[in-house]
Design a protein around this ligand. Structure first.
Ligand SMILES: [Zn+2]
Length: 310
């Protein structure tokens, strides 16, 4: 079967002078972006990658572009595709929010290669957790970089996960959103709080004086892309309310749903996991409560994928 890959500006890209990103050309499961900020004496990274080879490739690109050595990593959340290659950036200090640090600490015995069962094509060489060295708590952490760039680490969780941070570049109109924004790639809310995520996008992300949103997955976008993603999150919630009322299970509801333009977004099977999360919220479970039946949800997503792709 020929899978048509999306076409968007990818690889090492310049968002604005001094502000860059590595944008993955595919954006799907584990194929994340890394933010790259020139701090003058050193480079700051926003998230790493899920394996060592991908991270080493980005480090090579940074060197080729003549940027200084990366010495600070900001982890926006605990998902493996954003943290499993922290250690590959030798000597770098890792910063995260306290909630994310706690989740990394809790997950550190998990063996990344177990995901091979679901993603046999992926390469988990050198994938492992490295807990952060510096933890900020409360709503905002401020970093003033040697060249005068000011970063605000703003805690927005629970949304995509319990511990989401976005990195706002003050006065530059740029925000590195981590997985608070997915663009042209289906957002995934299973570990988070769908209703909270909708609020964060509507009341914070879209209200900010920002021109360039560097997402966790997919191409760099402006407000229109973020609005488009918001439309998906709201659609999931609407589908969930109707289907839950009728007693329809998430997989069935997902198969019945008309996703419209979002059916072309990468990894549409995430609709199943997203509906599971929405059902938990409709049943009054607390925000971002860990799911107990992860394996069966994963199997439902695989079943959806097999059925919709024929
Ligand atoms: Zn994530």
């Amino acid at each position: 079967m020929n899978v048509e890959l999306p076409c968007w500006p990818s690889g090492f890209i310049q968002v604005k002078d001094g502000f860059y990103a590595y944008i993955d050309p595919e954006g799907g499961w584990f194929k994340s972006n890394t933010g790259i900020i020139d701090a003058g004496d050193y480079t700051v990274l926003v998230d790493t990658q899920y394996n060592e080879p991908r991270m080493k490739n980005i480090l090579r690109l940074i060197e080729e572009k003549g940027l200084p050595e990366p010495r600070i990593i900001i982890n926006t959340h605990h998902h493996g595709d954003h943290v499993w290659a922290n250690h590959a950036v030798h000597g770098a200090v890792v910063v995260s929010h306290m909630v994310t640090a706690r989740l990394i600490e809790m997950s550190k015995d998990l063996e990344p290669s177990m995901f091979k069962a679901f993603f046999p094509e992926l390469d988990f060489t050198g994938s492992r957790y490295t807990p952060p060295n510096i933890v900020y708590e409360g709503g905002v952490g401020k970093l003033n970089l040697p060249n005068g760039v000011k970063l605000s680490l703003v805690y927005m969780g629970p949304a995509h996960t319990p511990g989401d941070t976005m990195v706002v570049v003050e006065g530059e109109g740029i925000v590195y959103t981590g997985d608070l924004v997915f663009y042209k790639v289906t957002p995934f809310a299973l570990d988070g709080y769908l209703k909270g995520w909708i609020d964060v996008v509507e009341k914070s992300l879209l209200e900010m004086d920002v021109e360039h949103y560097v997402p966790g997955h997919g191409p760099v976008t402006g407000k229109s892309g973020v609005e488009e993603m918001l439309g998906y999150l709201k659609l999931v919630y609407e589908i969930a309310i109707e289907a839950h009322k009728k007693g329809v299970k998430p997989l069935e509801a997902a198969l019945d749903a008309d996703l419209g333009k979002y059916s072309e977004w990468v990894d549409r099977e995430r609709i199943v996991g997203n509906l599971y999360r929405a059902y938990m919220e409709l049943e009054g479970e607390p925000p971002a409560k860990p799911v107990e039946n992860l394996a069966s949800i994963a199997l439902d997503m695989i079943s959806y994928r097999n059925r919709v792709s024929g």
